[in-house]
Design a protein around this ligand. Structure first.
Ligand code: SF4
Length: 268
């Protein structure tokens, strides 16, 4: 499905609710204004109106979408499951492995997997790697975790760092506080995506916080991608207004934040 997410080409929602819509379980401060739950509340967008809490509805894995990855000629970046967390506790392990199998046989496609549960991703990927006799993920599978604040920086980054992959990435969105000194964490990450919160009731994101991340990434030579300033951007304690409602137009960013880099893919 085409997407307006700046760091990918398309989103592939391979796990859906059987009747309609999607499901996920809120887990962290970053989930508070979950865009996926909002879409799911709206039957116009195909949602089933179930909240992202309680018990999951019956879910299905779209094996046909996975199979098609291997037949795609044009190289693309795929954000896998923007509407849920494929490493949620409720997702069967063999679904995760079927997904990885599909990625393995589509080496000309890049798959960006993002989770708020990197401890489960680590276990699941380790099992998949040992089943295939591999010691590292294929180059086209990028493993990412969400970082929102200092707590998730501390807790999530340590699991992500253990994943044997060429490309591990952070999605620092929504950025909810100043992360402070991230220098030593950057040794274990090959891409940092950063952005403020969008949508109604967005929490403030200070441009100084984004700037600090960008500067530290640049000093460490870690590629950094500024996705958006957010709908409630602040600069020097004052609202920083943008025409783009999520502050996602790079031309409206302060000059020093106009940076959208990706890692170079080379395996030695
Ligand atoms: S993990 Fe992502 S999709 Fe799931 S509830 Fe949180 S923000 Fe929403």
């Amino acid at each position: 499905m085409p997407t307006n997410i700046e760091w990918t080409d398309q989103s592939d929602n391979i796990i859906r609710a059987k009747v309609s819509g999607w499901w996920c379980q809120k887990i962290s401060e970053g989930c508070k204004n979950c865009y996926s739950e909002k879409l799911n509340q709206n039957s116009f967008f195909g949602g089933n109106k179930q909240p992202y809490s309680g018990q999951p509805p019956e879910l299905v894995l779209d094996t046909e979408a996975i199979r098609k990855w291997g037949f795609q000629r044009k190289p693309k970046k795929h954000f896998v499951s923007s509407m849920t967390d494929v490493f949620g506790e409720w997702v069967p392990r063999f679904w995760q492995h079927e997904m990885l199998d599909g990625m393995f046989v589509a080496p000309n496609q890049i798959f960006q997997i993002l989770t708020k549960r990197p401890e489960i991703m680590l276990l699941s990927m380790d099992e998949w790697l040992s089943f295939h006799g591999l010691d590292k993920l294929p180059l086209n599978i990028w493993s990412g975790t969400s970082i929102e604040n200092r707590r998730t920086l501390e807790e999530c980054s340590k699991f992500l760092a253990q994943i044997p992959a060429d490309i591990r990435f952070w999605s620092v969105e929504p950025l909810l506080e100043d992360l402070g000194d991230i220098t030593h964490y950057l040794n274990d990450v090959q891409l940092v995506i950063v952005g403020g919160e969008s949508g109604p009731n967005s929490r403030p994101c200070h441009i100084e916080w984004i700037n600090s991340i960008v500067q530290q990434c640049q000093s460490a030579k870690t590629p950094v991608f500024v996705k958006q300033l957010g709908a409630n951007a602040q600069l020097e304690g004052q609202p920083f207004k943008t025409r783009n409602k999520k502050g996602g137009d790079i031309e409206e960013f302060p000059q020093e934040l106009q940076v959208r880099e990706f890692p170079v893919l080379v395996r030695e």
